[in-house]
Design a protein around this ligand. Structure first.
Ligand code: PNS
Length: 174
């Protein structure tokens, strides 16, 4: 950072995170290296249908993963309503989003442009996760796991444990 710019750079990494994947975690670690503060923000009023995990469970898992990865400048929060309003309330300068493939770009571009329309001062930063996770999505993880597939290398172990507990109907302490 330039010495003249003494302001801390806060960035929001928003999403549904149902559940957190290794791809998300990879992006969080990359983002944390280039900003002063990174806030992982879980959307509360998602229209993606019935989630696997409650917002509280997702928040607990993300907080635990952040601690395990030793990322002191990363925090987790929840929001509803417009992302630009949350970003403004947080004093954030930008939004971080991951791009895995060209199809992500098609989904991300209108959102980034709409956010710019709503708040021209808020930038969107795109980063790419490591190649190893370019095909990983929460939706795919849930679908494969439901059918008995092994997704243990694609989500953090703590998420895997919670998914197994969910499937068995037991509770894992946060
Ligand atoms: O993980 P996702 O589901 O791809 O994340 C989508 C998210 C949460 C970033 C997006 O749906 C969002 O920002 N929703 C908040 C509502 C909003 O601000 N809409 C206008 C921008 S398109």
């Amino acid at each position: 950072m330039l010495l003249l710019d003494m302001q801390s750079v806060k960035v929001i990494y928003p999403g549904t995170f149902d559940p957190l994947t290794n791809g998300h975690l990879d992006l969080i670690a990359r983002g944390a290296k280039i900003v002063d503060q990174l806030v992982v923000a879980i959307l509360r009023n998602s229209d993606k249908g019935t989630p696997l995990f409650t917002v509280v469970e997702r928040q607990e898992m993300i907080a635990e993963a952040i601690t395990q990865c030793g990322l002191p400048n990363v925090s987790v929060a929840t929001f509803d309503g417009l992302l630009v309003d949350f970003a403004r309330a947080q004093g954030a300068k930008a939004v971080l989003r991951g791009i895995r493939a060209i199809t992500d770009y098609e989904y991300e571009f209108p959102m980034a442009m709409m956010n710019r329309k709503l708040d021209p001062s808020l930038e969107t930063i795109f980063m790419m996760p490591t190649e190893q996770y370019t095909y990983v999505s929460s939706r795919l993880i849930k679908g494969v796991f439901k059918l008995g597939g092994d997704v243990s290398e694609l989500v953090p172990p703590l998420v895997m444990a919670r998914m197994k507990a969910k499937a068995k109907g037991t509770v894992v302490a946060g």
